[in-house]
Design a protein. Structure first.
Length: 144
């Protein structure tokens, strides 16, 4: 008896496989850290050339912002959202400070903007973003 994925007669790329998607906030942080470490941190809105005017590389293979990475590891697309991605964004936003302040409001778009503002600082590097995501994963595992 074939499974649903086998009956479609096509092989799913790893990022689309349901088994590859994290199921916990800590898992989301770790997967996003790996994604940013391999693709690089993008300082801007989600991914470079989001409208595909200059690039033909799939979005999940481009450098991406932290918010885009959190969304991509849960849905396979840096532009789609999920409850788990929103929970990870909210948890991370409360851990980060921009100019000595936390997020100003509690809506998801405000939390996304806060995480993006942290990632868009001029001195921000891929390594520092990966370190923060791994530290958030460790802290979340301890608190759970």
């Amino acid at each position: 008896m074939a499974t649903l994925l086998q009956s479609r007669r096509r092989v799913l790329p790893l990022h689309e496989s349901p088994q590859a998607r994290p199921m916990t906030v800590s898992g989301v942080f770790r997967a996003a850290a790996r994604l940013i470490a391999s693709n690089g941190l993008y300082q801007g809105d989600f991914v470079p050339d989001a409208m595909d005017r200059e690039m033909c590389i799939p979005h999940f293979m481009r450098p991406m912002s932290i918010v885009a990475a959190l969304k991509c590891v849960t849905t396979g697309d840096p532009h789609q959202t999920s409850l788990l991605a929103d929970q990870a964004i909210g948890t991370l936003a409360l851990r980060l400070e921009v100019d000595g302040e936390g997020p100003l409001f509690g809506g998801i778009f405000d939390l996304e903007a806060h995480v993006d503002a942290w990632g868009d600082l001029e001195s921000r590097t891929t390594e520092s973003a990966v370190a923060v995501l791994e530290a958030a994963a460790d802290a979340n595992e301890v608190s759970a």
